[in-house]
Ligand binder design. Structure first.
Ligand code: UDP
Length: 330
């Protein structure tokens, strides 16, 4: 065995592998695997063979001492003892669905075919801190059809409550999978939000990346309040199935809740700063940082003035509130 490599399998597991995944035998199995690390931090969204493939084709990962270090950090943050994983999690009265990425994408796809529209939200510790003191936002989250967990903070919070998070179902990782799903299921998207040109660049990049993807329309997020009716008319005229709104939390959820009855797309989803990443306006954290749940440090370094309060004060405050919730529940 090597230190790092694909997870070792039992003889029967190895025998039951499909031909396509047998490439994992071209390298030695390892004590530390990329897949196991990502499982710990909830970001192993693809099949195990995809992570193995990445390891096999990426020369820098072979014999990588850094991967061992990352694995240790991942174990520390993600925990190593198995805890119960209930279907619903609850932080300060906000119910979060505990699921994996593929189920989340499929659920969104199915909702896009329903007669009634569904409100979908993603929450990170910052959003939950806002919901703690903003009753309107809290109520909107309580009434949303689904709230998904975003980020390592929720993972740690879960463990403090004696539960485990199945996956970090954040919208940035979900978006490309949803685009692929939309191609396969013939669903269309409308992108609303971010600075002028950003939603448009996102649409261009994603249609290049996913041939056949249909973006029914896009609109920046800095329109005057008087233009709201026009924007809604545009969205409805596009006949998009899924509306993705990137105004940041909680504005996007409030806007969606306020106009829910006028909006015709069947899925209404708030996604924060997502378009800035996919338009390549702001670079996303490198994969190794995301693997150990440190994407927030990257964002803090990029925009310290805007983000310091959110992370330096917000993260400990969130953990303190979860600790208090854990004590009360017990
Ligand atoms: N934004 C917008 N309209 C506004 C204010 C903000 O479209 O009136 C956009 C902004 O350009 C950015 C996103 O909303 O793309 C907010 O990003 P942020 O990183 O704050 O969101 P988070 O993911 O942290 O919720």
């Amino acid at each position: 065995m090597a230190f790092v490599g694909p997870r070792p399998l039992s003889a029967s597991q190895a025998q039951s592998l499909s031909q396509a995944t047998k490439m994992r035998f071209s390298v030695r199995p390892g004590w530390f695997s990329l897949y196991a690390l990502r499982q710990k931090t909830g970001v192993a969204h693809e099949a195990e063979s995809e992570h193995d493939k990445e390891f096999i084709y990426n020369e820098t990962l072979k014999g990588d001492v850094g991967l061992m270090l990352r694995y240790s950090i991942g174990s520390l943050l993600g925990g190593s003892s198995p805890l119960p994983a209930p279907d619903k999690l609850n932080f300060f009265g906000v119910e979060i669905v505990n699921t994996d990425m593929m189920e989340a994408v499929q659920w969104i796809g199915q909702q896009a075919r329903q007669p009634q529209n569904s409100l979908v939200a993603y929450v990170n510790p910052d959003c939950l801190n806002i919901a703690y003191r903003d009753e309107d936002y809290q109520q909107i989250l309580q009434q949303a059809e689904r709230v998904f967990p975003d980020g390592i903070g929720i993972h740690i919070g879960c463990r403090m409550l004696g539960q485990s998070l199945r996956a970090n179902v954040n919208c940035t990782d979900l978006f490309p999978l949803l685009c692929q799903y939309c191609v396969d299921a013939n669903l269309t998207l409308f992108l609303l939000g971010a600075q002028p040109g950003v939603a448009e660049a996102t649409a261009q990049n994603m249609t290049k990346r996913y041939p056949g993807l249909r973006i029914a329309g896009h609109q920046h997020g800095f329109f005057a309040p008087q233009a709201t009716e026009l924007v809604i008319a545009d969205i409805n005229a596009s006949r998009a199935d899924i509306l993705i709104v990137a105004f940041g939390a909680p504005q996007q959820e409030k806007w969606l809740a306020q106009h829910r009855n006028q909006l015709q797309p069947k899925v209404l989803m708030g996604v924060g700063g997502l378009f800035d990443f996919y338009a390549e306006r702001i670079p996303r954290a490198p994969r190794w940082m995301r693997d150990i749940g440190m994407e927030w440090i990257w964002r803090l370094m990029q925009e310290p003035k805007r983000m310091w309060r959110r992370y330096i004060i917000g993260n400990p405050l969130f953990l303190y509130r979860v600790w208090r919730q854990a004590r009360t529940t017990r």
